[in-house]
Every structure is written in C-alpha cells, then in structure tokens.
Design a binder for this molecule. Structure first.
Ligand code: GTR
Length: 328
C-alpha cells in the first residue's frame, strides 16, 4: 500500500510535470474541479456537492470536489472537451451532448422509450446503464453515475404545442445532437441546435419559436418569461451523466477511485429527492410567473418517432440496448 504522503508526492509531481492535469494537487491534498451549467442550488449541483462531502470525509480531507456552476467553465460541449482532455476533472452534462461522440448514450434520450421515471431509474442504475457508461471510456470519460432530468416537454412563444400539427414549421431549439435534430424532424418541426446559454436570447428575439426542457430548467434559465406556452408532451426522459476525466481517474490509486465511485452512487438518491421537490416547485413558480401549462396529445407525438429509431438504432449493439430497455 502506498502511504498518503507518497501518494501526495506522486500526485504533486505528476501535476507539476504534466500541466494538462486538471486536479489541483497541493500539500493539503487534491481538489477535483467539476463543471455544471446550472445555477448554484440546482439539484445536479447539490448532488455533486453531496458527493464531495462524502469524499472529503472518507479521505480525511485529502480529496475535495470544487463545483463550478452557472457555466463558469463554459457550455456542456466545452466542459466535455475540457474533461476529456483532463483540463478539468469532472463534468455533469445531459446525455445529449455526448450522443454524437458515444452513440450508446443516445439510447437514453430516445423519444418515448422509458415508460416512466421508475423505469428510467431502474435501467440507468443497473447493468444497462453500466453498459451505456462503458461507451464513454474510450473517449476519455469515466461515467460515475446518472442523475434525473425529469421529462422534457415543448414550450413555445406563440401558441402551445398540443399536437404535432401545432409544431409544423416552427423552429425549435434542441441540444447539439443529431438524434435530437432527427426527433424534431419526426415531430414536424425544424430543429435549431444551440448551446443552452444561447437559448434565452434566441427565444426572446424570435430566432427560434420554442424549445423543450423540464420544469426546473424552464424556470432557472428564465425561458418561461419569453416562451409562455408549456405543453406536457413529455417526449423524452433523458437523464444526466456525471463523468470524470479518465486522465484524472487513472492517476488515482484504486482505493480512491472506489471512494469516488461509491460517493457518486450515494449522491444519486440525494439528488433525486431534491429533484422531485424542485420539479413541483418549478411548475408552481412558472405558472405564478405567467406561463400556462397544458396537456398534450402524447400518443400523437409517440406515433411519429419510428424514423428516429430507424435512423439511429441500426447496429446490433444499440438494438440490443433498446430491446433490453423495453423488456426491463
Ligand atoms: C437541462 C439539462 C442540461 C442541458 C439543458 C439543455 O435539462 O440539465 O444538462 O442538457 O437541459 O437543454 O441544454
């Protein structure tokens, strides 16, 4: 067993010798830097902070996690790149910005695949989630755990998207993923992929006619101020991923990796409890703030998604994942 002091010296030496290493090592220990686009207090941020407290306790303060919220380190595509190359150590992103790089991740966002939240959680917490997560490894990322992101629904400026007909010809902002672009096409809309940080002004100026997201994001990004019609299409239950840089991971001893992995796992129920509460609160707040929430014809949307599956679930690996999810 390596002593802590030896480990510290090794880490410190490595950090000095390799400036690309994200983890800041000092005589006091290692600080892992973690990125998120959401504001402080958002359940994903609180999940990672909770994980950080566990890690700090279990390593006697030797390893800490510092969370950079509110896009301080950039939008999700940027923080993913930085994490892959070890400039930062961890990032919490949605599955969508990983889709083009790691096709397994697109499965988790497929429209109307998960039957409900319990199904999504069971799948992502079990062997299927693990298999999806393995796909990130060869791209420099270790998937630590999945967090909830609720159901995504459409919100629009002029009128609610109750049916696919309402969406016809509308420009809808989507995340930067080819699968999400195809999903909009299947629903009859025109997709405009944009980073999250640009959505508010795109909605405000009419560059797009609408977007889609869960209630907590609709609230905290203030999109409800500029696109007031929220229709409960609930077309995707795509979860969030907490990923660590493989470069940072590889230089930690196995015992520390176990501590990180276990703490990430334990942060999931904490995050989920906060999420449930925030979903309810956010809905109330956007309604109080002038947004209207209406029911949508979900079966009419669900009937249109086959082309997305035909285009993206082609090879045997992805087909198997989808089949296992459906059976699960
Ligand atoms: C949120 C999600 C973010 C990001 C954002 C978006 O629900 O938490 O990670 O994916 O949506 O639409 O860009």
């Amino acid at each position: 067993m390596q002593s802590i002091a030896t480990h510290r010296r090794a880490v410190l030496g490595a950090a000095l010798a390799a400036p690309w290493l994200g983890g800041r090592a000092s005589a006091q220990g290692i600080t892992l830097r973690s990125a998120d686009i959401h504001p402080d207090g958002y359940p994903t941020i609180e999940g990672v902070k909770f994980m950080g407290r566990l890690v700090e306790q279990r390593t006697n303060g030797r390893i800490r996690i510092q969370v950079f919220h509110s896009r301080q380190l950039g939008d999700e595509k940027d923080t993913l790149e930085q994490t892959r190359f070890g400039v930062i150590d961890m990032t919490r992103v949605n599955t969508a910005p990983l889709n083009n790089l790691v096709p397994e991740t697109l499965v988790a966002g497929l429209p109307f695949l998960f039957r409900d939240t319990a199904h999504m959680q069971r799948v992502m917490d079990g062997p299927i989630g693990e298999d999806i997560g393995k796909g990130t490894l060869s791209h420099g990322l270790v998937t630590l755990c999945y967090y909830d992101a609720g159901a995504r629904s459409f919100y629009t400026r002029a009128k609610p998207a109750r049916t696919p007909d309402d969406l016809k010809g509308m420009k809808i902002r989507v995340q930067q993923s080819d699968m999400w672009v195809a999903m909009m096409r299947a629903f009859g809309a025109n997709a405009t992929p944009l980073p999250y940080g640009e959505v508010y002004s795109a909605l405000q100026t009419g560059v797009v006619d609408g977007a889609e997201n869960n209630f907590p994001s609709y609230l905290t990004a203030r999109h409800f101020e500029v696109a007031k019609h929220y229709a409960l299409t609930e077309h995707s239950l795509t979860p969030e991923i907490l990923a660590m840089s493989k470069r940072s991971w590889d230089r930690l001893p196995a015992a520390d990796r176990d501590i990180l992995k276990q703490a990430a796992k334990e942060s999931v129920p904490h995050m989920r409890a906060l999420w449930v509460k925030m979903e309810e609160d956010a809905r109330k707040q956007v309604e109080a703030g002038g947004a209207t929430v209406v029911e949508a014809d979900k079966p009419a949307f669900a009937r249109l998604v086959q082309p997305v599956y035909d285009q993206f679930v082609r090879d045997a690996k992805l087909r198997q994942l989808v089949d296992r999810i459906r059976e699960g």
